[in-house]
Design a protein around this ligand. Structure first.
Ligand code: PGA
Length: 243
């Protein structure tokens, strides 16, 4: 399966940061072994796409509203992202779930809306430290998948990012055995209701960096990475892309 290495810039980056994206694009070059995606803040999407018109890199949003238009001050619709050149959008990131009270049902609506706009949703799931300590990781993941992934989809229409909440931005990563077990479990749950579930790419996210990327990306059932902090610096992100 073709790997997807996705950079999530979160709320980082101003116009001058487009130089970093240019460096990433130049480093990736013309022949792409893997799919490479940058999800900048929405404010940078248009100038970044314009600055990198001949690039092999794909661009995505970090969130979208479930509606295409309407009275939703401050929100961005999937159609708007698509209009600017996005092909992917992250939905249900744990920071959105925590900061904005996004439930599985909301995430599911966003994913559906993204698909309707012609975007590939990257649906994020992951257990908290409390849930992990209570031995609930697998049941939490199952509940999040069943609640957040729309029914009647084909596995090639969406991407799942498994991001243990306690591993995001902390420098801690799940062990290779735990990642493999979680990804096998996620694949099994998807297979119970998704057509062609094997085609769905399962990314790992949470403190992926140049020093651990090769091991994580080489783990059975891992088809790519969702990278936060280490995607902000071209040299780090490129090291992960080529890991
Ligand atoms: P991190 O973030 O790589 O900085 O841990 C990952 C994410 O939140 O997508």
């Amino acid at each position: 399966m073709r790997r997807l290495i996705a950079g999530n810039w979160k709320m980082n980056g101003i116009l001058s940061s487009i130089e970093e994206a240019k460096a990433i694009s130049a480093g990736v070059g013309g022949s792409l072994e893997h799919d490479v995606l940058i999800c900048p803040p929405a404010t940078l999407l248009h100038p970044m796409v314009n600055a990198l018109t001949n690039s092999n890199i794909a661009f995505g949003g970090q969130d979208c509203h479930a509606n295409f238009s309407g009275a939703h001050t401050g929100d961005i619709s999937p159609e708007m992202l698509k209009d600017l050149g996005a092909t992917y959008v992250i939905v249900g990131h744990s920071e959105r779930r925590a900061d904005h009270g996004e439930t599985n049902a909301i995430v599911r609506e966003k994913a559906l809306s993204a698909l309707k706009a012609g975007l590939t949703p990257i649906i994020c799931i992951g257990e908290s430290l409390e849930q992990r300590d209570a031995g609930q990781t697998m049941s939490v993941l199952k509940e999040q998948i069943l609640g957040s992934v729309p029914e009647a989809l084909n596995g090639n229409q969406f991407v799942i990012a498994y991001e243990p909440v306690w591993a995001i931005g902390t420098g801690k990563t799940a062990s290779i055995n735990d990642i493999a077990a979680a990804h096998a479990h996620i694949g099994g749950v998807l297979a119970s209701f998704v057509e062609n579930a094997d085609a769905c790419r399962l990314l790992y996210g949470g403190s992926v960096k140049p020093s651990n990327a090769a091991e994580i990306l080489g783990t059975e059932g891992v088809h790519g990475a969702l990278v936060g902090g280490a995607s902000l610096k071209a040299s780090d992100f490129l090291a992960i892309v080529s890991a």
